[in-house]
Design a protein around this ligand. Structure first.
Ligand code: MHO
Length: 220
């Protein structure tokens, strides 16, 4: 059953959003992830024409399981915040590093974490922007859970869920990170073990497995 207190939403940009979604989707306490466009002024951006927006991920999380501060730690640890225009091979303004804050407390926490990061990186400048959260435009379906969709096996494990259900599923968010091998080692191993178990027994009923996995803590 859903908790009787509200979930929270955080939005980050840290390079290609396929990867950003995988990074956050892995985490315990993250309930849902969505990739999209944020931080620019262009109305109704799309992938081939995103204007001045950054590729972003919207993270819905349970604040009793994971805190905003912990999400910030994952943000900093998961990309190079000193790159002005992108990450690795992905060059351009759409790949810039941004923390989108909603309210003064998030803004404060983001500021503190950036200062700490700047101290760590000494002479090179942390270019991450801290920006007030505006409209988040969800990206096209083919960009949602992109990493998971590269694995027919994992999709089958998810019972070949229709797109909408896949986008809303906590398990899909987690397996999306697993597919990209971006989960923290402990979680990556836990899912490995689970999947080996299924392979031993044969996947007779993926939907049942999914329901069980959700109950056993994959859910949140
Ligand atoms: N280098 C990536 C960028 C995709 S990301 C959604 C590619 O394969 O096109 O911008």
């Amino acid at each position: 059953p859903p908790p009787d207190y509200p979930l929270k939403i955080a939005v980050f940009a840290l390079g290609c959003f396929w990867r950003s979604e995988a990074v956050f989707g892995c985490l315990n306490g993250v309930v849902r992830t969505t990739v999209g466009y944020c931080g620019g002024s262009k109305l109704n951006p799309v992938y081939r024409s995103l204007g001045d927006h950054a590729e972003s991920v919207q993270v819905e999380y349970d604040p009793k399981v994971i805190s905003y501060t912990q999400l910030l730690e994952v943000f900093w640890a998961s990309h190079d915040s000193r790159q002005v225009f992108g990450q690795g091979p992905d060059v351009g303004n759409q790949y810039r590093s941004v923390i989108f804050t909603n309210g003064t407390e998030e803004r404060r926490l983001a500021g503190v974490s950036k200062e700490r990061e700047q101290l760590k990186s000494r002479s090179s400048v942390v270019v991450t922007q801290i920006q007030q959260l505006g409209t988040f435009y969800p990206a096209e379906p083919e960009h949602q859970k992109f990493e998971l969709k590269q694995s027919p096996f994992l999709r089958q494990l998810m019972g070949n869920l229709p797109e909408v259900d896949l986008e809303n599923s906590s398990l899909a968010a987690k397996l999306n990170g697993y597919a990209a091998e971006l989960c923290p080692p402990g979680i990556q191993k836990q899912i490995d073990a689970k999947i080996n178990d299924i392979l031993r027994k044969g996947i007779e009923n993926p939907e049942l497995w999914m329901a069980q996995a959700n109950r056993q803590g994959f859910k949140r």
